[in-house]
Design a protein around this ligand. Structure first.
Ligand SMILES: [Fe+2]
Length: 267
């Protein structure tokens, strides 16, 4: 299969498949991402598609009562919709069904840009912040599809550096620790090697942020397309591959929430 032009060249971290069945059947190694590049334009014309999903995202945001929307929640909401947003909801419901029949638990998540609403109004029910940073997910594997822009971004593993190991960003980490905790990250006297010695609390803080990564200088960062369905290895995968490092970029357009379908293995 020909590699789509939005993926990095000569990178073996992404395996391509041609349909949903192959996506569910694929295994990791050496790739830590399996991608079914899919365009939704069979059911929508490209312009209408973007507008339909945007309209749907705003309608769902308006009535949001749950952190994750299940198939049941969405079909309930869809029964009150019409026209383009109903068609958009139907597309997501179909994808959720496909996830369900492959033993995944589908959940539709709604991410918003910073300025759209006061988060407190939603009782913290909307995902924010952490997902904007490059990270690995604390799961064995996860399936994703984005329906509104911007889609998930990936970072090639060779070009990523764990926060906790980072020499290049040691100062930034120390500064964000100080800002968050109001404490000095280092002991006042240098350690045995003459380097500043981290306090136990700073070490624990770094450990807690261990799933976050920095892109190295000139890192290859790529973006999936709307409609693509992909699965990736998390931090706890059993395939022995490194986790796929990714982020949900903050939306440029605060009037359009990001709609993301997540599929996790059933517990
Ligand atoms: Fe994630």
């Amino acid at each position: 299969m020909e590699q789509p032009d939005y993926l990095p060249k000569d990178y073996d971290g992404i395996q391509l498949v041609g349909n949903m069945d192959e996506l569910f059947a694929a295994t990791f190694g050496p790739a830590n991402v399996v991608l079914y590049p899919r365009s939704l334009t069979a059911a929508f014309n490209a312009r209408a598609q973007a507008a339909d999903f945007k309209a749907l995202s705003l309608l769902l945001l308006d009535g949001l009562s749950e952190k994750d929307m299940s198939h049941e929640d969405l079909s309930e909401a869809a029964s009150r919709l019409e026209g383009g947003s109903k068609k958009a909801a139907q597309q997501i419901l179909d994808d959720m069904k496909a996830f369900e029949s492959n033993d995944l638990k589908p959940a539709l998540r709604i991410f918003i840009g910073k300025a759209l609403v006061n988060l407190a109004d939603y009782g913290g029910k909307i995902f924010q912040e952490g997902a904007h940073l490059f990270h690995g997910d604390g799961v064995p594997t996860r399936f994703l599809c984005c329906y509104t822009a911007p889609a998930t971004e990936g970072l090639c593993n060779e070009d990523a550096e764990r926060y906790i190991d980072s020499e290049n960003y040691a100062q930034e980490l120390a500064a964000s620790y100080t800002a968050e905790r109001g404490r000095n990250p280092y002991h006042p006297l240098p350690g045995l090697q003459g380097y500043p010695e981290k306090t136990e609390d700073f070490k624990r803080w770094l450990e807690r942020n261990n799933d976050y990564y920095f892109p190295k200088p000139r890192a290859r960062i790529f973006s999936f397309k709307i409609g693509d369905v992909f699965r990736f290895a998390g931090e706890k995968n059993y395939a022995g591959v490194p986790p796929f490092i990714h982020r949900g970029p903050p939306s440029n357009d605060d009037s359009s929430p990001r709609l993301v379908l997540v599929g996790d293995l059933k517990p």
